[in-house]
Design a binder for this molecule. Structure first.
Ligand code: ADP
Ligand code: MG
Length: 334
């Protein structure tokens, strides 16, 4: 059974960056305004994320890493209210099957923090010789998730990973994108043992300020803001896109649907088509696009961690957005 769980977990958690993405989502869902990431060996040795969110109640700790243990849906009708895809309660469970998982957490009403460790979905002792239940410890309000030795028991996953520097680059990429989309939240990322952060954003920035800080002035100074919305408010889109004066070698696309970083090859192709008429061959834009869609129209059968998404009236919505961007770009060039 544990082998099957491990294989299933490997389907959800592909690499350190995909584990981190789930952990960032959880921290944001908990209302955090500060998210600090520490990484050792490209996330294979250590992936630690400390937030200042709501914390986890002590009574919720025993089942935290159980599959489908989620605080985010309590009734079936809640399903239609969900605004994220990360609702299946599988992330922490999956991580516990392929890594050593520890949690230190404190809620507003706790007088101390609690530490719990997990393996294969269940609590294990924090220290050898102790009982497996959570133990009191020092800690600030919020949650620290510590993931150690990722894929220690899944050699095929481990061997599919690239160098630690490449895995670290993917981690930084994920944090950078979430930091743009959540510009009011402060993010940092550093390598374990290093005194200085490789990425650091202040809290309370605007989207443009975050883009300037993370992608540079050459991108930020060419940004055009586009916002578009459907009449009965079935969907709305907000974008920052570069004008024709900005020419990158490769397209940079930050696509968020209902606050989750996703891929859509259809959206990407359509955006590339918009720019193909205004940019010289070989030149590409920078695009940040945040789309909110009625969660009922997002394909709930798509697995939460499959990043490629589909939604109702996809073609029509994409066309509307692309038209709006095209118009904004044309307005800028006159
Ligand atoms: P899901 O996010 O789909 O509910 P997860 O496995 O990602 O499932 O997380 C399980 C539960 O653990 C969440 O529903 C939430 O209640 C709790 N949780 C996880 N991370 C945090 C965090 N950083 N702060 C507060 N609660 C958390
Ligand atoms: Mg989650």
């Amino acid at each position: 059974e544990s082998l099957i769980n491990r294989i299933a977990a490997g389907e959800i958690i592909h690499r350190p960056a995909s584990a981190l993405k789930e952990l960032i989502e959880n921290s944001l869902d908990a209302g955090s305004t500060s998210i600090r990431v520490t990484v050792k060996d490209g996330g294979m040795k250590l992936l630690q994320i400390q937030d200042n969110g709501s914390g986890i109640r002590k009574t919720d700790l025993p089942l935290l890493a159980e599959r489908f243990a989620t605080s985010k849906i309590s009734t079936f009708s809640d399903l239609s209210q969900l605004t994220t895809y990360g609702f299946r309660g599988e992330a922490l469970a999956s991580i516990s099957h392929v890594a050593h998982l520890s949690v230190i957490t404190k809620t507003e009403s706790d007088t101390c923090a609690w530490k719990a460790c997990y393996e294969d979905g269940s609590l294990v002792p924090v220290k050898a010789g102790l009982t497996p239940d959570p133990k009191p410890c020092a800690g600030n309000e919020g949650t620290t998730i510590i993931v150690e030795d990722l894929f220690y028991n899944t050699p095929t996953r481990l061997s599919a990973l690239r160098s630690s520097s490449e895995e670290y680059a993917r981690i930084l990429d994920v944090i950078t994108k979430y930091a743009v989309h959540n510009s009011t939240v402060s993010f940092t990322c550093k390598k374990g043992g290093s005194p200085s952060a490789d990425l650091s954003t202040p809290s309370g920035s605007t989207t443009q300020q975050a883009i300037r800080l993370l992608y540079g002035h050459s991108v930020a100074k060419e940004l055009i803001h586009v916002s578009e919305q459907d009449d009965p408010e079935a969907w709305s889109a907000e974008a920052y896109v570069t004008s024709a004066s900005y020419q990158a070698k490769k397209i940079v696309l930050l696509l968020f649907i209902n606050n989750r970083l996703v891929d859509s090859s259809r959206i990407k192709r359509s955006l590339e088509a918009v720019y193909s008429s205004i940019l010289p061959k070989g030149a590409s834009p920078y695009i940040y696009l945040s789309l909110h869609i009625d969660p009922r129209s997002v394909d709930v059968n798509v697995h939460p961690t499959k990043r490629e998404v589909h939604f109702l009236n996809e073609d029509m919505i994409i066309e509307d957005i692309c038209d709006a961007i095209q118009e904004a770009l044309a307005g800028r060039s006159h």
